[in-house]
Write a protein that binds this ligand. Structure first.
Ligand code: FNR
Length: 371
C-alpha cells in the first residue's frame, strides 16, 4: 500500500527519518536538571516519544551559556560534563527508531524568566533574582529586568559558545542540531528591529540585524562538520507593527541555507507582546512562504532545504493536508505529544494505516485483539 506522505521517510543530508512527524523542542523545566545536567526523567520522556513513533525528536532548548538559561532547571550544553547525560537521551531516542536532535538556545533579555514559574510559585512573571541579562540592546521585555547590551567581543564569544555547544551535541551523538532563532530569544532579538537598535555592524539595517544569526549558523556548521543536519527555528513574524514579517524571514531563510542550514523550522512571535490570531495551523502559511522562498535551492550538503511547520497541528488529517498542499516537508506537534507519547500511532490510524510496520512499533502495541 502507498503510505500517506506523513509516514514517508524524510531525507536529511545522508540520514533518513522514518516519517515526517517531529517532536518539537519543549522545555521541561518543571523537572529538575541541576546545573544543566540530564536526569533519568529526561531519558524516559524522550525515549517514550521515540517508542511512540515520532520520526525526529528535538530535545528541549539546552543553554549554550549558564546566563542564557530560561530557568535554573534548563538543560545545558555549555560544559563538557553535560555531554554524558545527553548521550543517554540520544541512545534512548535511537533505540526507539527516531533521529535525535537538540535545540541550542540563549534567552538573551528573556533569560531567567521561566513561563510557568507563576503557576508553580504563585508569583507574577519577571526575571529571577540574580540573573544578569544580556541582549543586543539595553531594552527590556515588558515586566522583565533591563538587559545590558553585548559588546562586539561578547557577541563573538556568544557565537563561539553556540559553536562549542554544537560540538558537544555532536559528541553526544545527536543527528540534528537546531538553533533557537525564535520566540524572542537571543538570535531573534538580534533579527528584529523591535529589540535590536544597535548602530554597529550587528544592527542598523536588515543586513546588520541578520549578521549574528548568519555568523552563528556558519560557526555551528563548521563545528559540526558535513554529516550532521543543521536546523534553525525562526519566528517568521513578530505579529507587530514595525517588526519582522514573513517577507523578511523568507529572505533570511535563503541566506541561512547559503551558509549551511538544512532545515527551517517555522514558528512565530514571542519577541514582543502581540495579538496573535491563534487557531488551527495558524503558522502554516509562513512555513509555506519559507518553503516557496527556498524551493530550488541546494544546500551545501547537496540536498534540498527542508521546512517544518508547527503550531496547533493536531490531527493526522490536518498534518497530511499540509504536506500534500506542499506547504512543508514535515510537521511538528508539541502539546498533544506531551499528553500522548503514542500520538503518531493515533494519527496513522486516522489516515487509514493499519500496519504496525509503517509505524515502526512492536506488533504487540498495534494489535487490538487480546489473542
Ligand atoms: C514549548 N515551545 C518551545 N519552543 C522552542 O523552540 N523551544 C523550547 O524549548 C520550547 N519549550 C516549550 C515548552 C512547552 C511546555 C511548550 C508547550 C512549548 C513551543 C513548542 O515547541 C511548539 O512550537 C508549540 O507548543 C506549538 O506547537 P503545538 O503545541 O501547538 O503543537
Amino acid at each position: 500500500m502507498a503510505y500517506p506522505q506523513l509516514l514517508q521517510p524524510l531525507a536529511l543530508r545522508s540520514l533518513a527519518a522514518r516519517n515526517r512527524l517531529w517532536l518539537p523542542p519543549m522545555c521541561m523545566y518543571s523537572v529538575t536538571a541541576e546545573d544543566g545536567v540530564v536526569t533519568d526523567w529526561h531519558v524516559v520522556h524522550y525515549g517514550s516519544r521515540a517508542q511512540g513513533g515520532f520520526g525526529t525528536i528535538i530535545v528541549e532548548a539546552s543553554a549554550v551559556t549558564p546566563e542564557g538559561r530560561l530557568s535554573p532547571n534548563d538543560l545545558g550544553l555549555w560544559d563538557d560534563a553535560q555531554v554524558a547525560g545527553h548521550r543517554r537521551i540520544v541512545e534512548a531516542i535511537h533505540a526507539g527508531g527516531a533521529l535525535a536532535g537538540v535545540q541550542l538556545g540563549h534567552g538573551g533579555r528573556k533569560a531567567g524568566t521561566p513561563p510557568w514559574r507563576p503557576a508553580v510559585e504563585g508569583a507574577r512573571s519577571g526575571t529571577l533574582p540574580g540573573w544578569n541579562l544580556v541582549a543586543p540592546s539595553a531594552a527590556a521585555y515588558p515586566e522583565h529586568a533591563t538587559p545590558r547590551a553585548l559588546t562586539t567581543t561578547e557577541i563573538a564569544d556568544t557565537v563561539q559558545a553556540f559553536a562549542d555547544a554544537a560540538r558537544r551535541a555532536v559528541a553526544a551523538g545527536y543527528d540534528v542540531i537546531e538553533l533557537h532563532g525564535a520566540h524572542g530569544y537571543l538570535i531573534h532579538q538580534f533579527l528584529s528591529p523591535l529589540s535590536n537598535t544597535r548602530t554597529d555592524a550587528y544592527g542598523g539595517s536588515a543586513e546588520g540585524r541578520r549578521r549574528f544569526a548568519l555568523e552563528t549558523a556558519q560557526a555551528v556548521r563548521e563545528a559540526i562538520g558535513e554529516e550532521k543536519v543543521l536546523d534553525i527555528r525562526l519566528s517568521a513574524t513578530d505579529w507587530a507593527e514595525g517588526g519582522l514579517t514573513g517577507d523578511d524571514t523568507a529572505e533570511l531563510a535563503r541566506q541561512l541555507v547559503a551558509v549551511g542550514v538544512d532545515v527551517l523550522h517555522v514558528s512565530t512571535g514571542g519577541n514582543v507582546p502581540a495579538k496573535v490570531p491563534v487557531g488551527p495551523g495558524y503558522q502554516v502559511p509562513f512555513a509555506g512562504q519559507v518553503k516557496h522562498a527556498v524551493a530550488g535551492m541546494t544546500t551545501p550538503g547537496g540536498g534540498q532545504p527542508q521546512v517544518v511547520a508547527v503550531g496547533l497541528i493536531d490531527s493526522g488529517l490536518q498534518a497530511e493536508q499540509i504536506l500534500v498542499a506542499g506547504l512543508a516537508d514535515a510537521v511538528a506537534t508539541g502539546r498533544g505529544a506531551l499528553r500522548d507519547p503514542y500520538l503518531p500511532v493515533r494519527w496513522a490510524h486516522e489516515l487509514g494505516v493499519n500496519d504496525w510496520q509503517a509505524a515502526h512499533l512492536p506488533v504487540q502495541y498495534w494489535r487490538g485483539a487480546w489473542r
